[in-house]
Design a protein around this ligand. Sequence first.
Ligand code: NAP
Length: 251
Amino acid sequence: MAKTAIITGGSRGIGEAMSLKLGELGYNLVINYRSESSKALSDNIAEKVKKEYGVDALVVKADVSKYEDCESLVKAAVDKFGDKIDVLVNNAGITNNSNWIDIKREQYENVINTNLMSFLHMTHLILPYMVNHCDKDNQCCIVNTSSIGGLIGVINQADYCASKAGIIGLTRALALEFAGKGIRVNAIAPGMIMTDMLRGVNQDELKALAGTIPQGFIGDVSDIAGALGYILTAPYLTGQVISPNGGIVQQ
Ligand code: NAP
């Protein structure tokens, strides 16, 4: 029987590459997005996985920074695919790029609510389903997108770094709590990956930053989708942070 995966922020960038990877691996897919402008992108991904990989896909609009929207997202997934959810990929994320004097309270609350609280909400809502059907021989997986900002400090990213470090704490704690129940919890901490998030920053600064990457180039979304594929097919891996980052951070 086909397995089911939910991905938050699955419409663009890293999320799009991960959605396609989940389809390639044979998962029926629930693709979440938030902005109206991303509906068509999400629909395209759904069509693509149906056509290329023969899986089913559902597109769900939800602002995962809000608990009620997460509830609706999980309900839509269960209504469509049943209550055996096998994989949750928490990927939705935003950044402010602001110094800590000028930043407004609403801005940093939005980053924490989107990047960290959504991961708490979604795991809180999904784990009751997972504990009901996962075991050692039928594993479930939660994969959380963190960042190198969760491993080191980054200037003008205090709220982002706090959220991404929080994700690592959540990952490690849940991994221990659910290790004996056949549920693996891991994080991916990307370095600089070319998506809209990076396209939005000053391109001269970006070029200078890229020069500090030991491998000398900015990563591609396929590097992160590849890490997801590895995690999903690695039955003895839990509580880990995998960081494709060109060597800029060593753990
Ligand atoms: P992106 O291209 O800007 O995509 C962000 C995704 O998150 C979109 O799918 C967006 O949905 C979704 N999203 C944002 N807020 C949401 C909300 N409240 N509810 C539901 N979905 C929401 O960024 P990206 O670079 O692919 O980033 C994906 C993840 O990787 C993020 O967690 C980011 O922090 C992390 N990351 C990125 C980099 C990098 O260099 N790019 C490095 C380290 C970590 P809409 O399309 O509807 O807006």
